[in-house]
Design a protein. Sequence first.
Length: 198
Amino acid sequence: MQLKVNDAPVDITLEDEKTVGDFLKSFEEAIEKEDATTTGIVLDGKSISADEIDAIQDRPLDDSTSIELTVISKPQIIESFRGDIASLTDLSEKLGEISVLIQSGKDGEAFSIINSLANEMANFVRNARLSALFPDVYEKITVDGKDLNTFFEDFSVILKDFEQALSEKDTVTVGDLAEYEINPRLQQIIESLDRCCQ
């Protein structure tokens, strides 16, 4: 059997594992002790979705079996959140400049900050989703006293208004939303992640 974990080949000696299910179970038990979990499985070159896991459990292991696993650990999640803190802090400092940049005809610079906002929020959402694999981390993340789902429901309404103001070139609303609605929420996210990463 050939095994790769996070794209790196791993030497493996099978003990009592006879099937793919046996192997995945013992692998997961081993990495749980390291505060890690499996997030992706590729079996013989085919990506296995969550719905297909039961169907591969009884497949026998042999020399030609190839398993590639994607693994994430709690320390990696914490490190990703620390990266989010740095990026969002930097972004927060720039958000107040958006309306001035647009009014000065520097649309390119303004849109660069807005693109950064979209990218950084996407990163944060991805990391937050992955953190749900570690409930003790995920449950620590409350923003303005709300769990992440509730916070994002409220925040997405503001982001839609922001998008609409941008498309209508309403610079006053864009500036107001960036400074008085979006920026304070970024600060709340930063504070929440700061507490979580202690």
